[in-house]
Design a protein around this ligand. Structure first.
Ligand code: ATP
Ligand code: MG
Length: 167
């Protein structure tokens, strides 16, 4: 899988995660409004506790979700209707086999107004579509390092959010 661009940011604390998520969510909505022939697929990688759910939660709140956003650790899939979007938040950590994704019926959700945030995507390899963007988190002594990689043209503006926040 060939990447088109990469960006890096240090997220020193959760408040910086919120700042990034606010910008990221706004750009995601803008891009998804224009380029929605296929669902948007965002992979979140990184060890246990590196902040994947924290980021998704902040994005959903930035998009307008006011209800409780629980981690899909046990349910594997949580879904939200926000404005015109169908948003699916998956945590595949407990998946024994990628084929289990068929039982969750995820293909039924591959509609043009769908946005997927997928934690532990490697557990779904072979069944999941190619991502637009991959977020990879690593622990730092203070906070987290985040690497963003874009795999589609339509995802490139989302990496600009990083540069804007870094300056
Ligand atoms: N940038 C950050 N700086 C400091 N703490 C953070 C940062 N991002 C997240 N955290 C904290 O890290 C903890 C774990 O976060 P979270 O549950 O989002 O991890 P996760 O990657 O989803 O883990 P899992 O793989 O178990 O699903 C939370 O207490 C959260 O507040
Ligand atoms: Mg999580």
């Amino acid at each position: 899988m060939r990447d088109l661009a990469k960006a890096h940011i240090v997220l020193a604390n959760v408040s910086q995660v919120t700042t990034l998520a606010n910008r990221f969510a706004q750009l995601l909505e803008d891009q998804a409004t224009q380029y929605n022939k296929t669902p948007w697929i965002i992979f979140l990688e990184g060890d246990l506790g590196t902040g994947k759910t924290t980021f998704v939660r902040a994005c959903l709140q930035a998009m307008g979700e006011t209800g409780k956003i629980k981690s899909p650790t046990y349910t594997i899939l949580e879904s939200y209707e926000i404005k015109k979007w169908q948003i699916f938040h998956l945590d595949l950590y407990r998946l024994a086999d990628p084929e289990e994704l068929h039982f969750l019926g995820i293909e039924d959700h591959f509609t043009s107004d769908a946005i997927f945030f997928i934690e532990w995507p490697k557990k779904g390899l072979g069944v999941l579509p190619k991502p637009d963007i991959v977020l990879n988190y690593k622990f730092l002594a203070q906070g987290r390092a985040l690497e963003l990689t874009a795999f589609s043209q339509r995802a490139l503006p989302l990496l600009e959010s990083i540069h804007e926040i870094c300056v």
